[in-house]
Every structure is written in structure tokens, then in C-alpha cells.
Write a protein that binds this ligand. Sequence first.
Ligand code: RB5
Length: 148
Amino acid sequence: MKIALAADHAGFSLKEASRDFLEKKGFVVQDYGTFSEESVDYPELAAEAARAVQKGECERGILFCGTGVGVAIAANKLKGIRAACCTDCYTAACAREHNDANILTLGSRVTGSGLALRIIAVFLETSFAGGRHRARIEKIKSLEETER
Ligand code: RB5
């Protein structure tokens, strides 16, 4: 599975730790930056990684900022992206099972690296449950067509 990563300066060190973790687990990682702790704006970085997921170049994305909120809002502007900001493993599992989330967002100022790596593992290991949830995802997709 190929994973798109992106972070702003606040999320940089958690992105680095996550990339090592993912590569050790055998995932292929496409890193869209940032590559230092120098201050950068998160929207375009988040959008670049989200575009890779949107186009199918990467199966999932993981985005990092201070809270996980800004990158989630930015990524969710792209059609077909369902980005979930998760601070615990239960939410990460439900984001996959119920919401078929294709992007996980994490906040480095909220979630410590130990928990963040567990959340990532749960997010990547959990499948969409389908069933009653599928119709709800279709309704989210139809909002992309009707709401501007
Ligand atoms: C950067 O200071 C911070 O605003 C950003 O990382 C993020 O938390 C925004 O949602």
C-alpha cells in the first residue's frame, strides 16, 4: 500500500517518525513535505498529498499539523477525499469502518508520538465495513455534486 504524507512545520517531526514507522512496516511512502521546522502554510501541502489520494496514486494519506484540524479542512475541500482527524484508536477504526476515510490527520500538539503510531496502524489495518454505511458514503458523494 502506498501512503501519501504531508505536514506543516508543527507536524514535521511527527511526520518523520511516522515515515520511519511506515517504512519499517513495509509501506511505500510518498512524502510531500515539509522537510524542516521552518514555518510554512499547511493548505497547499495538505492538498498536494490529498491530490495523490484523489488520483489513486496513493491508496491512503496521512497529514500532520499542530492540531490535525487545518490539514483536515484543507484536504476535505477535494472531491472524493474523506479526511478524518483522530485522537484515539476507536475513532480511527470507525473512520475506516463507517466513513471509509481515505486520509487520517493527526495533531502533533495534541497526540504524542506513541499513540499517533498506534492510531496510524489501526487506520491502515481497518477495512470499510460496507453494508448500511455504503449508502451514507454515497450521500456524502452526492453532496459534492449539489453543494458548492
Ligand atoms: C501552526 O501554528 C498551526 O496553526 C497549524 O499547524 C495547525 O494546527 C492548523 O490547524
